[in-house]
Design a protein around this ligand. Structure first.
Ligand SMILES: [Zn+2]
Length: 407
C-alpha cells in the first residue's frame, strides 16, 4: 500500500450524470468516496478553490481576465492601428489576430508568466487594457496570495509532476509544448501523461478537456459528446491501471471544476453596448465573458447609461449583497464596478472568447444551477466508500488530509 502516492486527474466539465455512462468508472466508484461538487461563481474561482481551499474573496481569483489602464499589454497599442489597417483586407483578419495574440503570449512568457490565452472575440482597441489573472501556474510558488496544495507538497518535500497542456511543470522545471491544434487533444495528452507516470515522483496531476470542448461545441445530447464520455471512461481506467501497477493502492482523485448547461437563450450584449451613445475606452472599459458582462465606467454619465441599459435585460445585477452572498465581495473594483451575470441557460454571444461559432452549452452560471455541479471520485485507503456531496474547496482538505498536512 503506497499511501503517500497520489494521482489527480482533472476532467474538465465532468458532469455528475455522465458517470452513469462510464461503466469502468462506475465499477471503481464502489470502492470510492464520490459525489457531486458545488462550484463557486466565476470562471477562475473554482480552480482557486481546489488549489487553496478558500473562498474567491480570499484566494483572489474570480474571472480569468479584467480591464485596467495599467495592463502589462499596454505596449500592444502601438501595433493596433497597423493590425486594423491590414485587417481591412478580410482574408488576413484571422491570421493577424492570431499573430497579435502570439506576440502578447510570447511577451508574457518571457516575463515568466505561465498562462496562454486567445481572446478571438475581443475588440482590438481593448487589448492594451486587458490583463490576465493567472500569471504563475497553479502549482508554482506565489501562484495565489495564499498557500496552495503545491506549497504543502513542497513543504513535505514531495516530488510532483503537473501536466496542464501545453505546460508540464515539476518542482524544478517548466516545459512547454507548442500550443498548436495537432497536440490539443486528450489522445495526445494521454500518451504524454502515460510517459510522465513512469517517472519517479509522489504526486501526478493531469488535466483533460475533450468533454468540455465537445459539450460546448455539440451540446449535451450530441453523439460527439457521448463518444468523448466513452473515451474519457477508458482514459481514466488506463491511467488508473498504469498508476496502480507502479504504486499499488496509491490514492486517486478524479475531479472537475464545473458541469455543463444547455443554452436556451442568446443575448447580444455587444450590440446593446454599441448602441449606447458612449465612447469605449474614453467613457468605459468592458469585458464580455460567456455568462457575464463587466464594466469599468470612467464617469458618472457612462455608469448611469450602462446600468440603465443592462437592467433592461434578463441578466442579474451583482449588487453588493449578491457579491457578499457569493464570496466575491472584493474591496476593490478589479473585476468590474458593474457586473451582470447571465441566468442559467442564457449565453452572451458574441463574447471576448468566441465570436464565430455559438456554443450549444456553457458553464459559469450561479452555483445553485443543478447542471453547473461537477463530480469527484476519490479512491483512498484513508476514506471509506460512499456518496458525499462536497464544495470544490473541500476537495483541498481531502487531499491534504491524506498526506497529514495542515491547512
Ligand atoms: Zn469550458
Amino acid at each position: 500500500m503506497e499511501n503517500n502516492k497520489f494521482l489527480i486527474i482533472f476532467i474538465d466539465a465532468l458532469r455528475f450524470d455522465y458517470l452513469q455512462k462510464m461503466p469502468r468508472l462506475k465499477k471503481t466508484i464502489k470502492q470510492a468516496r464520490y459525489g457531486k461538487t458545488t462550484v463557486e461563481l466565476g470562471f477562475a474561482s473554482r480552480m482557486g478553490a481546489f488549489f487553496t481551499g478558500r473562498k474567491p474573496v480570499e484566494h483572489g481569483f474570480f474571472t480569468l481576465f479584467y480591464c485596467t489602464k495599467n495592463s502589462d499589454f499596454k505596449w500592444i497599442k502601438a501595433f493596433i492601428p497597423f493590425v486594423k489597417m491590414l485587417s481591412s483586407f478580410k482574408p488576413l483578419e484571422k491570421l493577424l489576430k492570431y499573430i497579435t495574440f502570439a506576440l502578447m503570449n510570447l511577451a508574457s512568457f518571457v516575463k515568466g508568466h505561465h498562462y496562454f490565452f486567445y481572446l478571438k472575440g475581443a475588440p482590438l482597441d481593448l487589448l492594451p487594457f486587458i490583463e490576465i489573472v493567472i500569471k504563475k501556474h497553479y502549482c508554482e510558488k506565489g501562484a495565489f496570495p495564499v498557500p496552495t496544495l503545491f506549497d504543502a507538497f513542497r513543504k513535505k518535500k514531495l516530488k510532483f509532476h503537473f501536466y496542464m497542456w501545453p505546460f508540464y511543470l515539476t518542482n524544478k522545471k517548466v516545459h512547454v509544448e507548442l500550443p498548436v491544434s495537432k497536440f490539443n487533444s486528450d489522445q495526445h495528452r494521454l500518451r504524454r501523461f502515460k510517459k510522465i507516470l513512469k517517472k519517479d515522483g509522489d504526486v501526478f496531476f493531469a488535466q483533460f478537456f475533450n468533454l468540455d470542448t465537445a459539450g460546448h461545441a455539440f451540446g449535451i445530447k450530441s453523439k460527439q459528446l457521448q463518444e468523448e464520455i466513452k473515451f474519457t471512461d477508458k482514459l481514466i481506467d488506463d491511467l488508473k491501471n498504469d498508476f496502480w501497477s507502479k504504486h499499488p493502492g496509491g490514492n486517486i482523485l478524479i475531479w472537475t471544476d464545473h458541469g455543463m448547461t444547455p443554452i436556451k437563450k442568446i443575448l447580444n450584449v455587444q450590440k446593446k453596448i454599441d448602441k449606447m451613445k458612449l465612447v469605449p475606452i474614453k467613457d468605459y472599459l468592458y469585458f464580455i465573458d460567456a455568462t457575464m458582462v463587466r464594466v469599468w465606467p470612467k464617469n458618472k454619465k457612462a455608469e448611469k447609461v450602462i446600468l440603465k441599459e443592462l437592467r433592461k435585460t434578463n441578466l442579474v445585477e451583482l449588487t453588493p449583497a449578491l457579491r457578499k452572498k457569493y464570496d466575491i465581495d472584493y474591496s476593490n473594483e478589479k473585476y468590474g464596478k458593474i457586473i451582470f451575470q447571465a441566468p442559467s441557460g442564457t449565453l452572451l454571444f458574441p463574447n471576448f472568447f468566441e465570436c464565430h461559432h455559438s456554443p450549444k452549452a456553457m458553464h459559469g452560471y450561479f452555483p445553485e444551477t443543478p447542471t453547473e455541479k461537477g463530480a469527484y471520485v476519490l479512491i483512498s485507503p484513508k476514506y471509506s466508500p460512499g456518496y458525499q456531496e462536497k464544495k470544490t474547496r473541500d476537495l483541498y482538505k481531502l487531499v491534504l488530509d491524506i498526506f497529514d498536512v495542515d491547512y
